[in-house]
Design a protein around this ligand. Structure first.
Ligand code: BGC
Length: 249
């Protein structure tokens, strides 16, 4: 029988959230449970928090987890916004050992993208689709006819001599106390850049700030690509993580 309910965990800069996901509908089957991300977000501390989330549901069975950095074959390779101890770590093995369950780890924006192209704003869109998450950093999920090109890391493209996410993430909006119109100018500059490089047909704007899309999407300039808000909002990472775990088992 196909596995339809799988557990997803989203490891973010402020919270670690998890829930069982129904993969038929892409919906959570129970209200998600969240604990604050420990600071510093060292591997040991994060593993402890993840165990708390998974055990809250008494979950048994495969678990998918997101990570806010490059992940190749379950190993975390970069850590722009979490403790440096993650670099070069066998994260999948670490979670697996702590939870005693089969685990799959993937990049957070890749997970959010998988959920959006399957159940949300990118459904049935062929060609190049770019899912961008605006939060502490800028995450990117690049899809070609529904297939993910993992770990694109487009938040680290150079914009005005800086890492783009330092100028245009939603954390940058807070840090520099930018108004919505001021921030929208920076987002537009960033979208110009990715547009020039990838000519996507559709750009899906996700991350925490997508809840407030009415405040800034109307301020963005018209472009060839359609620019739309994410539909799964804050659940996209959890859903995408569960999808990846189901695929791996
Ligand atoms: C990381 C990406 C991540 C993004 C959003 C960036 O700083 O390098 O891997 O997807 O933040 O969390």
């Amino acid at each position: 029988m196909a596995m339809t309910v799988v557990f997803g965990v989203d490891i973010g800069g402020s919270g670690i959230k998890g829930a069982p996901v129904d993969l038929e509908s892409g919906e959570l089957t129970e209200e998600r449970y969240k604990v604050l991300t420990p600071h510093p977000a060292s591997p040991e501390a994060v593993v402890g928090a993840v165990c708390e989330v998974v055990q809250h549901f008494g979950h048994q069975g495969p678990v998918g987890l997101t990570f806010p950095g490059v992940v190749v074959d379950g190993h975390t390779r970069t850590a722009a916004n979490v403790a440096q101890g993650w670099i070069g770590l066998d994260a999948e093995g670490l979670f697996q050992q702590a939870l005693d369950l089969s685990c799959t780890v993937l990049n957070d924006a890749d997970a959010a993208g998988l959920a959006e192209v399957t159940y949300g704003a990118g459904r049935e869109q062929d060609g190049v689709v770019l899912v961008l998450t605006f939060g502490t950093g800028i995450g990117s999920g690049l899809f070609v006819d529904g297939t993910l090109v993992p770990n694109t890391e487009l938040g680290h493209l150079e914009l005005r001599g800086k890492d783009a996410e330092r100028r245009a993430s939603s954390a940058a909006k807070e840090r520099h106390d930018l108004t919505w119109p001021e921030w929208a100018i920076r987002v537009d500059e960033y979208l110009d850049l990715v547009d020039r490089l990838f000519s996507p047909r559709l750009i899906v704007i996700g991350g925490g700030v997508s809840r407030k899309h009415d405040k800034f999407l109307p301020l963005l300039k018209q472009r060839e690509a359609r620019v739309v808000p994410a539909r799964l909002l804050n659940d996209a990472g959890i859903v995408g993580a569960a999808m990846a775990a189901a695929k791996a088992t």
